[in-house]
Design a protein. Structure first.
Lengths: 157, 120
């Protein structure tokens, strides 16, 4: 992707990191600050941070099988929504070069069937408004979107 | 007696012995980088030492991911296997959120503070 194209799409932040678990805390810190600056509430900020952390954890554990030196790219874009009740939001695309993900693994099992080790995807889906996966040119792309929800006139978020 | 084990990835675990109880004071973030350390400490206390009551102080834990939740669940399961108690207290907002999201909060014995945890 050309840099200018990124700018047109509202690129906010681009992280290139290796699949080293010790970097997760740094990414969480960056996401927390970014979401706060975009006007997300504290619970929304925690939700986005959790989703990104769990997505990276899944890549490290399952796609790269724990290898710590593999490439991961995370792109953060601002997005607009037609809904007048929304103040826009944040799109996050996580890219890795591991093997293709079995779509069956992207399906959420019934809650009773969730094992502790399979909680990450459940957390991601619970935390984000849009969760999409695709693969192109040898790259897995997980797209996450969270919209900023403005408080309702009666005070409810 | 207090033992301390500090990981370079911002988690610290120390333990205190009190009668037939061991209290783990955990601080920092429990994520993929360090949940194995937490898991190992908990399982050693429950399975190997067979401590009758293991209490986890999470009041200084800012973040728990799914692997951290899994470690706590493993500790709980091990305690049930050996007939001991496994207690959590001082859950942060973030920690409470992930346990609620996973609907696992209700399976744990949870208290607000140490006094209540030890009295429970």
């Amino acid at each position: 992707m050309e840099p200018n194209e990124d700018l047109k799409r509202g690129l906010l932040l681009k992280l290139q990191l290796t699949s080293n678990p010790s970097l997760l805390c740094a990414v969480r810190g960056a996401v927390e600050r970014l979401t706060e600056s975009l006007g997300f509430s504290a619970p929304e900020s925690r939700a986005v941070t959790r989703a990104v952390d769990e997505a990276l954890t899944n890549i490290i554990r399952h796609t790269y099988c724990g290898r710590a030196d593999q490439p991961i790219e995370v792109l953060f874009h601002s997005v607009r929504e037609d809904d007048p009740q929304s103040a826009g939001g944040l799109e996050i695309v996580l890219c890795d070069r591991g093997p293709a993900i079995d779509p069956e693994h992207m399906c959420l099992p019934a809650l009773e069937e969730i094992r502790p080790g399979g909680l990450g995807l459940h957390f991601i889906r619970q935390s984000m408004d849009i969760v999409e996966y695709n693969r192109a040119n040898g790259t897995n792309r997980l797209r996450l979107v969270k919209f900023v929800h403005l408080p309702q006139p009666d005070g409810n978020a | 007696m207090r033992k301390s084990m500090k990981e370079k990835h911002i988690v610290e675990i120390s333990s205190r012995e009190l009668d037939k109880t061991v209290i783990f004071d955990v601080s920092g973030d429990i994520d993929l980088a360090n949940s194995p350390t937490v898991r190992k400490a908990l399982l050693r206390e429950v399975r190997e030492k067979r401590t009758p009551r293991v209490v986890i102080n999470l009041s200084q834990v800012r973040y728990i991911d799914s692997s951290g939740v899994a470690s706590l669940v493993e500790g709980l399961r091990a305690s049930r296997d050996v007939g001991s108690r496994f207690i959590l207290f001082g859950l942060s907002t973030s920690a409470r959120e992930v346990l609620q999201l996973s609907r696992l909060l209700k399976i744990f014995e949870v208290y607000d503070n140490e006094e209540q945890a030890l009295a429970g």
